[in-house]
Design a protein around this ligand. Sequence first.
Ligand code: IMP
Ligand code: MG
Length: 187
Amino acid sequence: MGSRPSPRDDIERILVTEQQLEAALDRLAESLTREVGGADPILIGVLGGVFVFLADLVRRLDFALEVDFIDAESYGEDTEAGELKIMKDVDCEIRGRHVVIVDDILDTGQTLSALVRMLQERGPASLRTCVLLDKPARRVIEFEADYVGVRIPNVFVVGYGLDFAQRYRNLPFVGVLRPELYDKRRT
Ligand code: IMP
Ligand code: MG
């Protein structure tokens, strides 16, 4: 077998360690337990980067809940805020239910704010948002999540579910790619 290439080789530095992720998850689970723990909520994960975070989060939640998924993408940054392309809608009925939208990272804010607007129209009893990572410096829309794991600076990150060109999701930490690998995509 010899040496196989590891996604770690492309990481310049670790931004959020596994220990820091654990601590953030504990805090988020505590807040969610306190605030929606008795409400039989639906946690709606935004595919696909959320799969690692959501899996670790729900195993810390010791109360009745449902999990569903939505796959959506906001259109380019030049278009009107709120234009949303839905690749996969939720299966559940939202009316009258307590809903928490869960996403991996809050960046420009376009995706989550559009999702909130769309799901709000379906008449949930309450609608909250929870993100593992928050990059406030990138915001183009005024939007804050109700629950935030870790605030990070304006760098492109991968790992713990987050990808670059579908790679690196399996890294157990959140890291910064070596600049020569992502420079062309984001600044
Ligand atoms: P926005 O808030 O509408 O800009 O979109 C957030 C989405 O963009 C996230 O759910 C991620 O899928 C993706 N994204 C934003 N920043 C990063 C990053 O640093 N690494 C990987 N994906 C990112
Ligand atoms: Mg996403």
